[in-house]
Design a protein around this ligand. Structure first.
Ligand SMILES: NC(=O)c1ccc[n+]([C@@H]2O[C@H](COP(=O)([O-])OP(=O)(O)OC[C@H]3O[C@@H](n4cnc5c(N)ncnc54)[C@H](OP(=O)(O)O)[C@@H]3O)[C@@H](O)[C@H]2O)c1
Length: 303
């Protein structure tokens, strides 16, 4: 495992995975190929001497075929939270979570790259209430059907510097006098980005992970209300959180769909109807102990 193609590697989790692997293999000259839609999305990775950032359309099979040449493994990380409405999922979800994994599987097989690590989402299921979770399940199924050395990761919400979860709440707390919150009772078991990156890196180096699917969770469950309150308080702007009734939450989410980069969609509300928690308790593979949120979050939320 020397040459790695990391698709979706320029984002929050991808950056942590690249960092984790680069640290572990400082002496082993791991080479990362990181396709991106826009080079400036990968500015922070350009300094890494072992990373090659390429502007590429990974949805184009010919481009994917070129990217696969000479790779030993593929890490597949592309994911979106807004994919539109539709049955069983919106067009955006179909493209990013279903068609892309299918194209990755086909290109990997054609190039003889057997090892594939794919990040899905906790509680992805064909009968899940949201297009996000249904499309993630469809992507998993297509990869499972392909004859590859596959490992799947299914994290709950991920926290860490640069997350779009606790950081968003902390930012909103600065400007909002109180929080009108949709899905206040929704349950999560947040997992630290460093632990998710370590699980991926461990799996890459451990053949026994082939064929496994790992649910990834932190040590503790919280309601969304608790997490928002916590992020606001730790950032120095404690705020009252007001849970919205379902109908109002729905209207709020629908109106936010018209705002570019709006923080919520109706599909997000549907996702929150399933508790994003690990049924077996705290879960990380290979005996790793999950890092508590209260240890890491203050380091990047304060101030
Ligand atoms: N963050 C969480 O809390 C969480 C929880 C559970 C599961 N996950 C899953 O973990 C994976 C990584 O999440 P993340 O938080 O690191 O996401 P992220 O920060 O938004 O990064 C997404 C990556 O995917 C690429 N990308 C996004 N949309 C794309 C598209 N339409 N076509 C091609 N590339 C696209 C981006 O590349 P460029 O912008 O450089 O092109 C970026 O590298 C995703 O599959 C996500 O569903 C995340």
């Amino acid at each position: 495992m020397k040459n790695l193609l990391i698709i979706g590697g320029t984002g929050f989790l991808g950056t942590a995975i690249v960092g984790e692997l680069a640290r572990r293999t400082a002496s082993a000259d791991f080479q990362f190929t990181l396709p991106t839609r826009r080079r400036d999305h990968a500015k922070h990775l350009l300094v890494l001497p072992t990373a090659t950032v390429v502007e590429a359309d990974v949805h184009d099979p010919a481009t994917l075929a070129r990217l696969m040449v000479g790779q030993d493994a593929v890490i597949s990380l592309v994911g979106i939270l807004k994919g539109g409405e539709g049955e069983p999922y919106g067009k955006g979800f179909a493209r990013a979570h279903v068609e892309l994994p299918q194209k990755i599987a086909a290109a990997a097989k054609a190039a003889g790259v057997r090892r594939v690590l794919h990040v899905s989402a906790l509680k992805a299921a064909t009968d899940a209430p949201s297009g996000y979770l249904r499309s993630k399940a469809a992507g998993e199924a297509l990869l499972r059907e392909a004859d590859l050395d596959l490992t799947l990761f299914r994290p709950s919400v991920i926290f860490g510097p640069g997350d779009s979860f606790l950081t968003l709440f902390a930012r909103l707390a600065r400007i909002a006098p109180f929080f009108p919150l949709a899905g206040a009772a929704a349950r999560f078991q947040p997992v630290w980005v460093g632990d998710v990156a370590a699980a991926v890196a461990d799996s890459l180096l451990r053949p026994e992970s082939i064929g496994a699917a790992y649910d990834l969770c932190g040590p503790k469950q919280y309601s969304l209300r608790e997490l928002v309150s916590y992020a606001a308080e730790v950032s120095g702007h404690p705020r009252a959180v007001v849970g919205l009734p379902e109908a109002v939450a729905w209207l709020q989410a629908w109106s936010m769909e018209f705002i570019p980069n709006g923080p919520m969609t109706r599909d997000n509300i549907r996702s929150m109807r399933v508790a994003s928690v690990c049924d077996s308790g705290c879960a990380l593979p290979f005996g790793r102990i999950a890092t508590p949120l209260e240890i890491v979050a203050p380091t990047y939320l304060r101030g």
